[in-house]
Write a protein that binds this ligand. Structure first.
Ligand code: HAM
Length: 414
């Protein structure tokens, strides 16, 4: 028997209802904020991610699914931002529409060790606003992430906020980190020894307990920010406060991707266990230029849908289908029932029937299993009288309804 690839998931019908809810609620919230959907391919050139996320990023070093053939190296996208910026530049959206707000939903791929909330194929719902340096946009994007969670009735989350500053400030932070960590070398993991040389900011993101303890003991603050970046950060914080959005200033929050500048944020949820980040994002003011476009600021975020579902707590629920279930008893009734199904569907009433030759009792049980609101029974008697028996599954009440008024009768009841 074939099995699915480790770290991937089949999303079966009862659970898929919760996915559809998350998708449709997200679409509504994004359009409330003026974002339009963008769809990019799941495959990109490997070099796009190397360039955007940085060679020292864990995703680039260890986690990309790469397909190599005939001098071509493609990667299954590990995240959406790089692809969207690529599409923005390639389709000259900087020239035609300038400032653009995009949202996306779709699968991402990372070769990680699977565990609760961590998959190799997972799904993002995210957005990118490209073409502005305005701090008010940071406030809007963070408020949007908050609105999305509220629309999904998820609460109890924590918004962690930090500013990395401009590249100069990031560099100043790197230098000061190197100094601060000089005499703590022995306590760091082997990977962090390398990070100390190549990219000390990554150490702040290390998940090894000993390294986390070292990081927690560091006297980190925003003193390495230049006056401009400090002012930007203050505007973002004031804006969030004005909207009543609470956040926790987290000086050690750096995020694992190189493209971030200035504002970064992460949203965690206590119910998720070790993988507690349900979403994250930030500004990336140099990425458009870095990928060959003009100099323009941008900011975005992405939520992991699987993790939203863990916090949403709805994935095991069987949603009511609201169906009418038609039961035909006998060959002639069967023919009549097919016309009836056709007519109900034509009138916009969702309905189904039994295709397994079940008895009346079995078919009624099936109608109960799929949460049908009404059952329509056609037997010999009903055929003779040109009527049907309509059963309300909630009340158990049954009535005889003339065949030609069935659609109107059901419509009046729903
Ligand atoms: P990220 O933090 O790498 O950011 O991913 C965003 C979210 O995706 C995480 O907070 C988590 O909920 C989910 N996620 C990540 N990896 C996995 C996994 N292996 N299994 C399940 N869920 C996962 C980004 O990808 C950035 N592109 C976000 C962004 C958009 N920044 C600016 N714009």
């Amino acid at each position: 028997m074939f099995k699915k690839v480790t770290g991937t998931k089949d999303i079966l019908p009862p659970e898929v209802t919760a996915w559809q809810e998350i998708e449709s609620i997200s679409r509504k919230v994004f359009s409330l904020y003026g974002y339009q959907e963008i769809r990019t391919p799941v495959m990109e050139e490997v070099s796009l991610f190397r360039r955007s996320l940085g060679d020292s990023a864990e995703i680039v070093q260890k986690q990309m699914f790469i397909i190599e053939r005939n001098n071509e190296a493609l990667a299954l996208r590990p995240e959406g931002t790089a692809s969207i910026v690529r599409a923005y530049i390639e389709n000259s959206l900087d020239k035609t529409s300038g400032f653009g707000k995009f949202y996306y939903l779709g699968p991402m791929f990372r070769r990680e060790r699977p565990q609760k909330g961590r998959l190799r194929q997972f799904h993002h719902v995210g957005c990118e606003a490209i073409g502005s340096l305005d701090a008010d946009l940071d406030v809007e994007v963070i408020a949007l992430s908050d609105a999305l969670l509220r629309a999904l009735s998820i609460d109890g989350y924590v918004l962690k906020l930090n500013s990395l500053g401009c590249p100069k400030d990031k560099n100043a932070l790197s230098v000061s980190l190197r100094k601060l960590l000089e005499n703590k070398h022995g306590k760091l993991c082997a990977d962090c020894h390398l990070r100390l040389k190549n990219n000390p900011l990554r150490i702040l993101d290390c998940k090894v307990q000993a390294c986390r303890e070292v990081v927690q003991s560091l006297p980190l603050h925003d003193s390495y920010l230049c006056p401009e970046c400090l002012a930007h950060f203050k505007r973002v914080k004031n804006g969030l406060e004005a909207l009543g959005i609470s956040y926790v200033s987290t000086a050690a929050l750096v995020r694992g991707l190189d493209y971030y500048t200035q504002t970064v944020f992460e949203i965690t949820h206590p119910s998720l266990g070790a993988q507690d980040a349900i979403g994250a994002g930030g500004r990336y003011n140099n990425l458009v230029k870095e990928l060959g476009g003009p100099e323009m600021g941008a900011i975005g975020f992405a939520f992991g849908i699987e993790r939203l579902l863990l916090a949403y707590g709805r994935n095991a629920e069987v949603a009511g289908s609201g169906l009418v279930f038609v039961i035909a008893l006998g060959e002639e009734a069967r023919k009549e029932s097919l016309c009836l199904l056709y007519q109900l569907r034509k009138s916009g009433i969702s309905c189904d029937t039994d295709y397994q030759g079940k008895s009346l009792k079995g078919a009624l049980r099936k109608a109960g299993d799929i949460n049908a609101r009404f059952v329509v029974i056609i037997g010999e008697d009903e055929l003779k009288k040109k009527s049907v028996t309509l059963k309300n599954m909630a009340s158990g009440k049954q009535e005889e309804v003339p065949r030609e008024s069935l659609v109107a009768q059901i419509k009046s009841l729903i």
